[in-house]
Design a protein around this ligand. Structure first.
Ligand SMILES: [Zn+2]
Length: 265
């Protein structure tokens, strides 16, 4: 197995307030304790579901308290545990409306093929999110922003998180890999080019938002592991960093421009 495998275990930890990292080194998952049940943001690879369950329990939570399974986008590494978790917990599943067909099994655009396995984790989402929708549970309100490009239905999320006296604005950019914006991929699955063509506009919209804490869609987005190790060592919250959001978005545009350049050659 390569180093960056489905099973790249990572310790769970509290990021700030009621937001926790429970994912792996391969894909991020975040748990939000709303005071009236849990929201899980992305469920990882199907092969790593047992690690996700272990991490949730390790933090003292019960997977049975998950009420909402929320997703950044429909690829297999972000929705892989959803069908089984929904069956286990009765949680409602939420995803960007335009990624619906990606998860219902209507067509396999889940990226499982590209990773060399067969996708068996189809589910029917309970709630199809549109731009500006709010997801509310307990004391938590999450605003969804439609930010297509990586997939047609990619959603980014914004929420206020309070720890004691201090409130921070946390956000996740819902997907930024250019692998699924490459022309051969779009052609293979008949995905419109308009989404990728609009991507710079999407990034410009995200850049207008003030964000104190970046929640990585993958750990590379905000150096989740490095920040965690430093926080553990120094006791200071290294996740509160208002330079991380613009830095991540600048990286998104850089990789997008690299893709366009490579297609010219
Ligand atoms: Zn993806």
């Amino acid at each position: 197995m390569p180093e960056h495998s489905f099973l790249a275990y990572m310790e769970p930890f509290k990021i700030f307030g009621n937001v926790y990292f429970v994912g792996t080194k391969a894909v991020s998952s975040h748990l939000i304790d709303t005071g009236d049940g849990l929201i899980l943001l992305d469920t990882g690879y199907p092969q790593a579901l047992y690690l996700l369950l272990e991490n949730i329990r390790k933090l003292g939570f019960s997977p049975y308290d998950i009420k909402i399974l929320l997703h950044s986008h429909g690829h297999c590494d972000h929705i892989g545990g959803t069908a089984r978790l929904a069956a286990l917990t009765g949680a409602k599943t939420y995803i960007g409306a335009l990624d619906k067909d990606m998860v219902t099994g209507k067509e396999d655009t889940s990226y499982a093929n590209e990773l060399g396995y067969v996708f068996h984790e189809a589910f029917t989402p309970d709630v199809l999110l549109q731009d500006g929708d709010e997801i509310q549970l307990g004391r938590t309100v999450i605003r969804a922003m439609h930010t297509p490009g990586h997939t047609p239905g990619t959603m980014s999320y914004f929420l206020d998180v309070t720890d004691g006296e201090k409130t921070c604005r946390a956000a996740m950019m819902g997907g930024s890999g250019t692998n699924t914006m490459e022309k051969p991929f779009l052609e293979r699955y008949s995905i419109s080019e308009k989404w990728r063509n609009n991507y710079p506009g999407v990034i410009a919209r995200l850049e207008k938002e003030h964000v104190d804490i970046v929640l990585g869609n993958h750990i590379e987005d905000n150096d989740t592991l490095g920040r965690y190790l430093k926080m553990k060592q120094t006791g200071e919250n290294t996740f509160i960093d208002n330079t991380a959001w613009p830095k991540h978005l600048a990286g998104c545009i850089r990789r997008y421009n690299t893709l366009l350049e490579s297609e010219k050659e």
